[in-house]
Ligand binder design. Structure first.
Ligand SMILES: [Zn+2]
Length: 173
């Protein structure tokens, strides 16, 4: 998946959860959504020609050499452990909001990559076998269509958040 699809996947997760909250405040919501966007791009740091890899080329190159592409940095177990360690140690509400957004974005990245032909190693490092749940090829027409749907749903949820429509927030009224 390209970075636009990943970004919209991360935004979808965070704005959908936001739309289901009863108390919406601008600052924590911005931190949450910002975290989810960063997280949605982060795992591809293991590939130097990815969007985030190009932004941090030296770091990306080292990670790619050490860890390879779609291996350790696309490992759900790694992120689960990091998430537990982070939430155990961080007590500040805003930092926790950021961490929650960040890992939500990372989760969305892993789910979306699972829908590609290549898949991801869901049980790495226990098994290196990549599991694919879909047939989307990166930058294919199918991905562009899929990305278009994500953008459309995001706009609809955004309209809900702005109280212009109430499609996804109907459960609260
Ligand atoms: Zn990826």
């Amino acid at each position: 998946m390209n970075y636009k699809t990943h970004m919209n996947g991360g935004i979808l997760g965070s704005i959908y959860l936001t739309s289901q909250m009863s108390n919406i405040e601008l600052l924590p919501v911005s931190i949450f959504i910002g975290g989810s966007i960063l997280g949605s791009l982060l795992p591809d740091i293991d590939h130097k020609s990815s969007y985030i890899g190009k932004k941090a080329k030296p770091v990306s190159r080292v990670i790619n050499k050490l860890a390879g592409h779609r291996q350790l940095f696309h490992s759900p177990l790694l992120y689960l452990i990091l998430y537990l360690v982070a939430t155990y140690n961080i007590k500040d509400t805003y930092k926790l909001t950021f961490i929650n957004g960040l890992f939500l974005g990372i989760g969305s990245h892993l789910v979306l990559d699972s829908l590609t032909v290549g898949g991801i190693p869901w049980f790495y490092p226990l098994s290196k076998k990549k599991i694919s749940l879909g047939k989307i090829k990166t930058n294919s027409q199918l991905e562009f269509t899929f990305c278009g749907i994500l953008i459309f749903v995001n706009i609809v949820i955004l309209l809900d958040l702005l109280r212009i429509t109430s499609i996804f927030t109907f459960t609260q009224h």
